[in-house]
Design a protein. Structure first.
Length: 567
C-alpha cells in the first residue's frame, strides 16, 4: 500500500520539502499526516479525500453523489452522531449500509455504526466539507418532513364543497380552529424555512391531490415540500387571518400584508391570493424590513460602470431612471445609491409601494390607495417638505411622471424606476406615458437597465474549454473565447443541485449627454438612440453578461436566459 505522502507528492499536490516539514510536525504533534497537512494549509480536505481513496482503493464520493440520498438509509444514523463523526448514510441494500466517511479507517466509528444500525457497514470516502453540507441539507429536510407530518397529525380539517367554497360554516368557529397549534406550526414552519433558505417568494399552490410549497431562491422556483390536499383550506385561511383578509371570500383575488417579527430580523410579507380551478393559490413576497446591507460595489458593477453611476448620482439635479422587469433588483440598486449619497446636509424623501428597505435618517412614505395616499398626492405634499433628493418607487402613469419631471426641473435630484426592456426603450416608454420630448431631453441624466443573473456555485462549478458553437450562440467573434476557460453549472448539495448560489447584476448605462439629447429632441426612435449610445461607449446587457461569464462568475446558459441579442 502506497503511503499518503507519496501519493500527494506524486499528484503534485505538495512538494518533497512540504512533506518533510509536515513529517517533522507530525512527530511533534502526534497526529496523523493528513491532519497535519490540512492544519498547515498544504492541502484541502478534497485533496486529502482523493489521496485516501487511491491509497485504500475506496470509492471517492463527490458532491454530485450526495445530492439525492435514500431517506430510509439516512434515518439509520442519528443526526448527532453524523455531525460529530462527519459521516452520512447513502444507500441501503441487502442488509448493508453504505456510509460516506472522512476517515474510513476509524474502526471505533465503524463499530459504533454497526451497533447503532445492526447492519454491515460499507465505508466510502468523502471530503469533510462536502459531507457536512450533505448532513446540513438532508437532515434538515428530514426534520422538515417530520415537522409537517407532526403538525398535521390529528388535525380535523374543515369540510368544503366540490367548488372549494366554504359550506355554511361559522366564521368565528373557523378562526378558533385555525388558531390551534397544528396549522399554526405548519405556517410558521413554511415561513421560517423560507427565511433560512434566503427565499424572496413563497408559492403555495393547490394540485389535484396535494398542496405544493415552492420557494424562489436566487430568482428560480424550487420545490420544497408538499402537504396533504385536505390541509389547503386551513393553511390558506390561517394566512388570510394573519394578513387581515376575508377568510369567507374564495371567489375573488385578495391582497394583504403580514409583519413578521423574528429574533434575528423583521420581515414584511406581501400576500397575494388568486382563485384558480383547483383552489386558491397564495404567493408571499418576503421583504427584510431592517438591515439593508447592500452597497454599490456589492451589486456587481464593473469598475468603469460603477465610476459612471457614481458620477451621475452625485449631480445636484436631474433624473436617474433604473429600468427592468419585476424582480430585477431595481429597488435594491436605488436604495444602495441613496445610501451612498446620504449626508447630513441633504433632506432625502422617498415615496414607495411598499417601503422595501428601511434606511435611517431618510423620510420614507408608503403609499396606500385604500385611504387615498397615492403617488401623486404624496409627491405634491413632499414639495412642502423642503427635499433635496427624492426617490419615487415607480413611474406608473402620466401624473407621477409629470411631478417627477417638475422635481428634476426645479433643482432636485430624482431617482426612480420604470418597467422597460433596456435603456433606450426606457426613453420611448417615458414618451409613451405622455412626457413631452423637450422635458425628457432636458431632465434625464442617466438611464440604466439591469438584470439579475445567478452566480455559479463555487463548490461545484465545472471548468471547460468553449468551442465555436458557444461564440455562435452569443453572436460574438470566437477569438474572444479562444484559449479561455469558462465555467458551467454542475450541481451539488450546497446549491440544492441547481449549480448556482447567489446573484449578481448586469447593467446597461445610457448617459444622456448632448448627442443623445439631440436625438430625443429630433424625434429619433430607440434604435437610433441605441446605436448612438453604443458609439458613445455604452455596454449592452448582453455584453455585460458575456463579461461576467468570461470572468467565471456566471454561465453562458444564464446569460442567454436573461438577455436578448440586440441585433
Amino acid at each position: 500500500m502506497q503511503l499518503l505522502g507519496e501519493i500527494l507528492v506524486k499528484e503534485k499536490i505538495i512538494s518533497e520539502k512540504d512533506l518533510e516539514s509536515a513529517l517533522k510536525k507530525q512527530k511533534e504533534y502526534g497526529k496523523r499526516l493528513g491532519e497535519v497537512l490540512l492544519a498547515e494549509g498544504y492541502i484541502t480536505d478534497e485533496n486529502l479525500a482523493r489521496a485516501i481513496s487511491k491509497q485504500l482503493h475506496l470509492k471517492l464520493v463527490g458532491p454530485e453523489d450526495l445530492i439525492k440520498i435514500e431517506k430510509e438509509a439516512l434515518e439509520y444514523i442519528p443526526e448527532f452522531f453524523a455531525r460529530e463523526y462527519h459521516c452520512i448514510a447513502r444507500h441501503l441494500e441487502d442488509g448493508a449500509l453504505e456510509v460516506v466517511m472522512v476517515d474510513p479507517e476509524d474502526i471505533v466509528v465503524i463499530d459504533n455504526l454497526q451497533k447503532i444500525t445492526s447492519l454491515k457497514i460499507i465505508p466510502l470516502i468523502g471530503a469533510q466539507s462536502i459531507i457536512d453540507e450533505a448532513i446540513e441539507r438532508h437532515y434538515k429536510e428530514l426534520r422538515t418532513t417530520g415537522e409537517v407530518t407532526a403538525a398535521l397529525s390529528g388535525m380535523d380539517f374543515i369540510a368544503t364543497g366540490e367548488s372549494g367554497e366554504l359550506d355554511d360554516i361559522d366564521v368565528n368557529e373557523l378562526k378558533k380552529e385555525l388558531d390551534e397549534a397544528p396549522i399554526v406550526k405548519l405556517v410558521n414552519l413554511i415561513l421560517s424555512e423560507a427565511i433560512k433558505n434566503r427565499a424572496t417568494d413563497i408559492h403555495i399552490e393547490p394540485l389535484f391531490d396535494a398542496v405544493l410549497v415552492r420557494y424562489r431562491i436566487d430568482g428560480a422556483l424550487q420545490d420544497i415540500m408538499t402537504a396533504p390536499k385536505k390541509s389547503a383550506n386551513g393553511l390558506i385561511s390561517r394566512l388570510k387571518i394573519m394578513a387581515d383578509l376575508n377568510i369567507a371570500e374564495r371567489r375573488l383575488p385578495q391582497d394583504g400584508r403580514i409583519s413578521l417579527k423574528m429574533p434575528e430580523k423583521e420581515v414584511d410579507i406581501r400576500v397575494s391570493i388568486l382563485p384558480t380551478v383547483k383552489g386558491e393559490k397564495v404567493v408571499l413576497r418576503l421583504l427584510d424590513k431592517k438591515g439593508f446591507a447592500f452597497t454599490l460595489p456589492s451589486l456587481g458593477f464593473e469598475p468603469a460602470m460603477l465610476e459612471i453611476f457614481r458620477k451621475w448620482i452625485t449631480m445636484p439635479y436631474g433624473m436617474i431612471i433604473v429600468s427592468g422587469p419585476t424582480g430585477s433588483g431595481k429597488s435594491t440598486t436605488l436604495h444602495a445609491a441613496i445610501k451612498e449619497v446620504q449626508c447630513e446636509e441633504d433632506n432625502i424623501v422617498t415615496v414607495e409601494d411598499p417601503v422595501e428597505y428601511q434606511i435611517d435618517r431618510i423620510a420614507q412614505v408608503a403609499t396606500n390607495d385604500k385611504i387615498g395616499l397615492t403617488f401623486g398626492g404624496s409627491l405634491r405634499s413632499i414639495l412642502r417638505q423642503d427635499p433635496d433628493k427624492i426617490l419615487i418607487g415607480e413611474i406608473r402613469d402620466q401624473e407621477t411622471a409629470d411631478i417627477a419631471i417638475k422635481f428634476a426641473l426645479t433643482g432636485h435630484l430624482v431617482f426612480t424606476t420604470l418597467h422597460a426592456n433596456d435603456a433606450p426603450s426606457t426613453i420611448t416608454r417615458l414618451l409613451d406615458i405622455g412626457v413631452p420630448r423637450f422635458l425628457v431631453g432636458s431632465t434625464l441624466n442617466l438611464v440604466m437597465a439591469q438584470r439579475l443573473v445567478r452566480t455559479l456555485c463555487s463548490a461545484c462549478k465545472e471548468e471547460y474549454t468553449p468551442d465555436k458553437s458557444i461564440a455562435d450562440r452569443l453572436k460574438i467573434d470566437y477569438s474572444r473565447l479562444a484559449d479561455r476557460k469558462l465555467y458551467r453549472a454542475r450541481g451539488c448539495v450546497r446549491c440544492r443541485n441547481t449549480g448556482y448560489f447567489g446573484r449578481t447584476g448586469l447593467f446597461e448605462l445610457l448617459e444622456v449627454k448632448l448627442p443623445i439629447r439631440k436625438l430625443i429632441y429630433e424625434n429619433k426612435d430607440q434604435d437610433d438612440i441605441r446605436f448612438a449610445a453604443i458609439d458613445q461607449g455604452m455596454i449592452t446587457l448582453r455584453e455585460a453578461g458575456i463579461l461576467k461569464a468570461i470572468s467565471g462568475q456566471t454561465s453562458i446558459e444564464e446569460v442567454l436566459r436573461t438577455t436578448v441579442d440586440e441585433e
